[in-house]
Design a protein around this ligand. Sequence first.
Ligand SMILES: [Zn+2]
Length: 470
Amino acid sequence: MPIYEKLMGNPFVDAGVSVICEWLEKLPQPEEITIEDLRQVVQEVVPLYCEYEYRAQIRFIFPNSTLTQHSKIQKGIQSLTEELKSEWLQQLDKITDLDDAGDCMGCGRRSVDFRLKKTEVPLTGSGSLRNFFPLFAEGSGYCAACALAIQFAPLGFVRSGGKFLALHSNSWKAINYWTRTCIADIRSRGSRNEFTGFFDPKESKAQNALFYMVRKMVEYEADRSTENITMQVYSFSNDNRKAELDMYHLPARVFNFLRFVQRAQYAKNWYLIVRSGYRRQTRKGFQDIDLKNKNPAEVYQKSTNLVYNNLLEDKSILGFFFDRTARKTRSNWELLSLYLKEVRKMELTQLEKIKQVGDLIAKSIQESESDKRLKQLEMAKSYGECRNILRYVIRDRIQQGAPEPLFSIDDYMEHLFPASDNLDLTPWRETRDLLLFRIYEKLHKWLKEKGHVDFDDNTSETDDNNEEEN
Ligand SMILES: [Zn+2]
């Protein structure tokens, strides 16, 4: 039996095992890790942890640990390094192979060797408050192998906004790619003698840091994977004064969609969409950002992004695919329908029907030589109003001598405005926005030439090449 396995189920243990695998040059699988490997990792990681910045940060992960004790630091870094090394190397003697069952909270496959508290395991109570623990014990029970793995986990944490992000996933590969991103950066800084602490992508919002990591993970995948990856990201601080925890869930359908948007043909437009989501959070709510005389990258790193937040909260991001003020889209129909299919699970036939109706309305508007109907559609505030405007368009088209109807009754009931038990929930707004998107995509140039666009700052320029394909 091996010492470790993939995905043993405890986020901190899995993170630690992933660090061991990524730290060793031979990149072993968890099942291949040996005691000698662990000895090597201890020998290499302890001196790193003893560097000033790492010690300063570890206080928020393992408070009161040997690394943070003033009396021990005072004796000098050499002595601190030796003491921690011997502390961890002693644990090696206790490590046994996985068994069939056991009461360890990390693996459930070995018996407990230690009762650990918040000094050794983040977000575990302090031992004195026994009601935090099962059976009023002082601390939680872990085996020596899991306890040691957890000590390495911080090398796979991401710093963001004064907290640390830890990933847990159904995919071992995903955990590895996340860890690899962190360790590659730590090593690269180390080679320049920059011991500035654990990985920090300089994103102060946890949600933005999470999406930064997904970008990196998809790069590592290099288009090869079709695995369904879900991610749970824990944003925590284990500070002595205040322990905090936020959780974010990224479903597989969103991860799959993010794989697509990074491809060359979508990346530029996806960036425009993401950029349109940045807001400043104030006491009055979210406000638009004024970038005048500022470095956009620096401003974005401190801002909330509603595109990211909505994706994590399972809310629609349709509104970010176009700019109403400029009557312009930020992507082509292809990227939008990819989002609707992958993330919103919309049927292809429904999408095609809405696209077709959008095309016909666009044609009718253009023939009318006026943006009156477009304005009405933009201003519609209820399902009733929206329906009336479509009725006007049907009338316009009859006057224009259009050969076919705008849509059949079946299309209307099944695809445009499918019935809902609750009238308030009829997703008319989504259909209206999709129609607007398609009309803007078709007519933006024409609307601009005719003076029907009041404001267009060119920041949401779409890729002209993409328009041809539709
Ligand atoms: Zn264990």
